[in-house]
Design a protein around this ligand. Structure first.
Ligand SMILES: C[S@@+](CC[C@H](N)C(=O)[O-])C[C@H]1O[C@@H](n2cnc3c(N)ncnc32)[C@H](O)[C@@H]1O
Length: 187
C-alpha cells in the first residue's frame, strides 16, 4: 500500500525522490543515534507517509514534542489523517523555513532534526539555506541526522555538512532498497 502511494506521488512530485518508504532496518539504524530520554523536541523533515514518525513516537517521552515538516500536500494530508498523537505538530511547508516553524510552534531549539529530503536534487543555494537554518534551529550538541541513498558520494552532501557542523560521522545500512548512507552531524 505504502509503495503504491509513493509511486503515485513520485510521478507527480520529483522531490519525493523515492518509490518506496525506508525499511524498518533503515529506520532503526538512523534512530539508534537519538537520545530519546534527553530529547524535548525532535523535528522531522520529509516524513512522507510516516515510517520514521511512528517509530519516533514509540520511543519519545510522553512530554516530548515532534514537529513534522512535509512539503508535499498529499503526504501531509495522509499524516494528518493517520497520526493521532497529541505530541505531534503537522506543518505543510519546506524545511528551509524551519526557524519560522519553530517560532510559530512557540519552540526555540530542537534536540534532534532528522531528514529524508533528497539533498542531491536541491540547488546549491537551497542546500546551504537548509543547512544554515538547521544549524541555527539546533541546541548546542544537538544532532542533525540525514539519510540518503548510498550512491551519493561525499562531495554531494558531506562536503556541505562539514562546512556547518564540527563533527560529521558517516554510517551505512545495507538492508534497505537502495542501501542508505547515514550522516550524524553534531552541533
Ligand atoms: C525519500 S522521501 C522519504 C520519506 C520517508 N521519510 C521515508 O523514509 O520513507 C523524501 C520526503 O521528503 C519530502 N521533501 C522533499 N523536499 C522537502 C523539503 N524541502 N521540505 C520538507 N519535505 C521535503 C518529500 O515530499 C518526501 O516525503
Amino acid at each position: 500500500m505504502d509503495t503504491i502511494t509513493y509511486l503515485k506521488t513520485f510521478i507527480r512530485d520529483k522531490n519525493v525522490a523515492s518509490i518506496t518508504p525506508t525499511s524498518p532496518f533503515g529506520v532503526r539504524r538512523v534512530c539508534r543515534e537519538i537520545n530519546f530520554a534527553n530529547s524535548d523536541l525532535i523535528v522531522e523533515y520529509g516524513p512522507g507517509t510516516g515510517v520514521f514518525t511512528n517509530y519516533l513516537l514509540k520511543y519519545m517521552r510522553i512530554d516530548s514534542r515532534l514537529i513534522l515538516i512535509e512539503r508535499n500536500k498529499y503526504f501531509s494530508s495522509i499524516l494528518e489523517r493517520t497520526i493521532r498523537d497529541p505530541r505531534v505538530i503537522f506543518v505543510n511547508d519546506s524545511a528551509e523555513n524551519v526557524l519560522e516553524t519553530l517560532r510559530s510552534c512557540q519552540e526555540s531549539e530542537a534536540d534532534c532534526i532528522i531528514s529524508g529530503i533528497p539533498f542531491l536534487l536541491l540547488s546549491e543555494d537551497m542546500k546551504n539555506r537548509i543547512l544554515y537554518n538547521t544549524h541555527r534551529a539546533l541546541k548546542h550538541k544537538g544532532k542533525f541526522l540525514v539519510y540518503q541513498t548510498c550512491f551519493q558520494a561525499d562531495h554531494h552532501f558531506k562536503f556541505y555538512l562539514d562546512r556547518f557542523f564540527p563533527v560529521v560521522n558517516t554510517k551505512f545500512e545495507f538492508m534497505n532498497i537502495p542501501p542508505l548512507r547515514i550522516y550524524e552531524a553534531v552541533k
